[in-house]
Design a protein around this ligand. Structure first.
Ligand code: AMP
Length: 639
């Protein structure tokens, strides 16, 4: 089918030609003719990147009266970024339509100015729910004569807690307006909106629910949890032309990973809800301009990012919900291009991969984290190509005689070797002592190195703990994240756990004088079998877990939500309250959505006593890769 066959008017066809769209996407093919021909509500199940903006944008533009200044179309989108993107797209579509004005209305910008824009006449308003409500309350916008209301990324808006805002807005619109709802998934709340506010809607599904974009391939890497960051760096080093979004689960991790990457000389930037709008705009601008190669983002902040040509989506940590994974991987493989979704997992998360494969109906290929030799090879090859493709700058001529003079005694072969040795030596030295990060190969060596500390704690199952509850409790107590407390082994009367050795002092200090239900809880570093016996003897337990007075307020007893998954544990990342907090906490962890049907892995269920080796809990030293990078001083630091 061609655009000519969809029933679009000439000005829109001209815009389509200008944009270089050759043929309609599937959703455009299905939605456009029907929305032009019929006055009907519509529910469309479509992923981002399917061309859905044009699927509602073209019919909306065609159907409005450009001669009237009345606001006839309202598009509601979850984030400012998406709101601006839609506005820009709509303006491009309306390029050849005289008198059409599209105005964006979103938080964090001057409301008076937005009101002025609307008062000058805006047939179409694109708004985020919060700001829209605000403007309605202040009578800065009149939507009583609306003919069309589009809800874009409805699942995400509800996920972000906008249900009430949306229903309030819809309640103020005329009964006979048409509603077009777009959603990547169809959770209960979205169906509820559809039922409540729509009449006999046309239903369109593009692709199967939860299906990832067809042209995205999925690869995963099994590493120890301690090696996530090193793995990320290697994946980046092995893909010199990477242009990626890296997803973390919390704002804190996002900031931490971005900072570490920048420190290590990568062109990275962070995008999360703790940044000001201005900071976020700057980061996005740098990303769009390719000054930032690696955008580290939370799920919420990354919603609506419409940047083409993203080569890789990196799941630094897997999200709780499968739908969130779908959203993430949808950031790449857009507009007919191919993309790769990389997942860094630990052994115990392997079952999540299996579930993703089952639900998405896609094969996830296990790959190995490349070693130094492979990376060096890739980088040298990349350099060779870069040199080959470099256009000669004529201005260099002036300097050539002097350069030739300096190099007069070396042959072409020597010159090549010397040029490439600069890079080669850097990578060779950096990676020569690097270890295999692939978890299978790490094995016993990890136990023997010294960057992890194993502790004894005198509470256990008798105190109503299991390993998940204990992990949650320790996470909250210490402020260490999901990966900060590991190898939790809950016995009857006592337990063991690990943290990185760098946290040892802090952990021990926290429990120095800690009372739980009136009883002293002690934590000590394990010292092999002797230490264990000694600790066990002092083990007089009482049930119940009451006083968390030293844990810094709030109820530390997250009930583990009845969930056995161990992934939805409360994380202490992010501070402050209010909506932002709420949103970020919901970052991929919303209620009532499909999540992995996790179970304790058998190795963690073990009731046997830990061996001496296990108690030592050593992990290999990866510090050689931590602070320095072969890119230090090479890649420009931006942001
Ligand atoms: P969307 O799903 O609306 O976010 O669109 C994703 C991207 O695809 C946007 O950059 C659009 O400009 C582009 N696009 C939309 N429709 C087409 C089409 N028919 N052919 C090529 N690109 C398109």
């Amino acid at each position: 089918m061609t655009f000519d066959e969809l029933g679009l008017d000439t000005p829109l066809l001209q815009a389509i030609a200008d944009l270089g769209f050759e043929k309609p996407s599937k959703i455009q093919e299905e939605a456009i003719p029907q929305l032009i021909a019929e006055d009907r509500d519509m529910v469309a199940l479509a992923q981002t990147g399917t061309g859905k903006t044009a699927a509602f944008g073209f019919p909306l533009l065609q159907n409005i009266d450009a001669n009237s200044k009345t606001t006839q179309g309202l598009i509601i989108a979850p984030t400012r970024e998406l709101c601006l993107q839609i506005t820009n797209e709509m303006k491009l579509y309306a390029k050849h339509m005289k008198g059409v004005r599209v105005v964006a209305v979103y938080g964090g910008a001057n409301i008076q100015e937005q009101a002025r824009e609307i008062s000058r006449g805006a047939q179409i308003v694109v708004a985020t729910p919060g700001r829209m409500q605000d403007m309605m309350r202040r009578r800065m916008v009149d939507i009583t004569k609306l003919s069309y209301c589009v809800l874009d990324e409805a699942d995400e808006m509800l996920n972000m807690g906008f249900y009430e805002d949306i229903t309030n807005i819809l309640a103020d619109t005329p009964e006979d307006k048409l509603t077009w709802l777009f959603s990547a998934t169809m959770p209960r709340e979205v169906s509820r909106i559809a039922k409540e506010f729509m009449v006999n809607p046309l239903e369109i599904t593009v692709g199967h629910k939860n299906e990832g974009a067809k042209n995205v391939s999925h690869e995963y890497f099994v590493v120890h949890t301690r090696d996530r960051y090193q793995a990320l760096k290697r994946l980046s080093d092995a893909n010199p032309a990477i242009f990626s979004v890296i997803f973390c689960r919390t704002k804190r991790d996002t900031q931490k990973v971005a900072e570490q990457l920048i420190e290590d000389g990568y062109s990275a930037g962070a995008l999360h809800g703790d940044l000001s709008q201005n900071q976020r705009d700057l980061v996005m601008k740098s990303f769009r301009n390719r000054q930032i190669q690696m955008l580290v983002a939370t799920d919420v902040a990354a919603r609506g990012i419409d940047v083409d040509d993203i080569t890789h989506v990196v799941n630094y940590q897997l999200p709780d919900e499968i739908e969130t994974y779908t959203h993430r991987s949808g950031r790449t493989g857009r507009a007919g291009k191919t993309g790769i979704s990389l997942v860094i997992v630990t052994k115990s998360e392997m079952r999540k991969i299996k579930q993703l494969e089952k639900i998405l109906g896609k094969k996830f290929e296990q790959k190995q984290i490349p070693d130094g030799k492979e990376i060096t090879q890739v980088q040298l090859f990349h350099l060779a190509n870069k040199i080959n493709n470099t256009e000669i700058n004529d201005e260099i001529e002036t300097y050539i005689p002097e350069i030739e003079e300096v190099l007069k005694d070396i042959t072409k072969e020597e010159l090549i070797k010397k040029v490439f040795s600069v890079e080669f030596t850097r990578f060779f030295n950096y990676y020569k002592k690097s270890k295999d990060l692939n978890q299978n190969a790490v094995g016993a060596a990890r136990e023997e190195s010294g960057d992890s500390t194993r502790y004894f704690i005198n509470v256990g199952r008798k105190d109503d703990f299991d390993w998940m509850k204990l992990k949650d409790f320790l996470k909250e107590m210490t402020g260490l994240g999901q990966d900060g407390i590991y190898r939790v082994d809950c016995k009857d009367a006592f337990s063991f756990f690990n943290t990185d050795t760098q946290h040892k002092e802090k952990v021990l200090a926290l429990f120095e004088d800690y009372q739980l239900d009136g009883r002293r809880v002690s934590v000590e570093e394990t010292q092999g079998g002797g230490g264990r016996d000694r600790k066990r003897s002092g083990d007089r337990r009482r049930s119940g877990r009451g006083d968390r007075s030293r844990s810094g307020g709030g109820d530390r007893r997250r009930s583990s939500g009845g969930s056995k998954d161990g992934f939805r544990g409360s994380r202490s990342g992010g501070s402050g309250g209010g909506r932002d907090r709420k949103r970020e906490d919901r970052d991929g962890r919303s209620k009532g959505r499909a999540n992995y049907n996790d179970q304790e892995s058998s190795n963690r269920r073990s009731d046997r006593k830990p061996t001496r080796e296990e108690q030592r809990g050593r992990t290999p030293d990866s510090s050689s890769e931590i602070n320095k990078s072969p890119f230090s001083g090479k890649r420009r630091r931006r942001n």
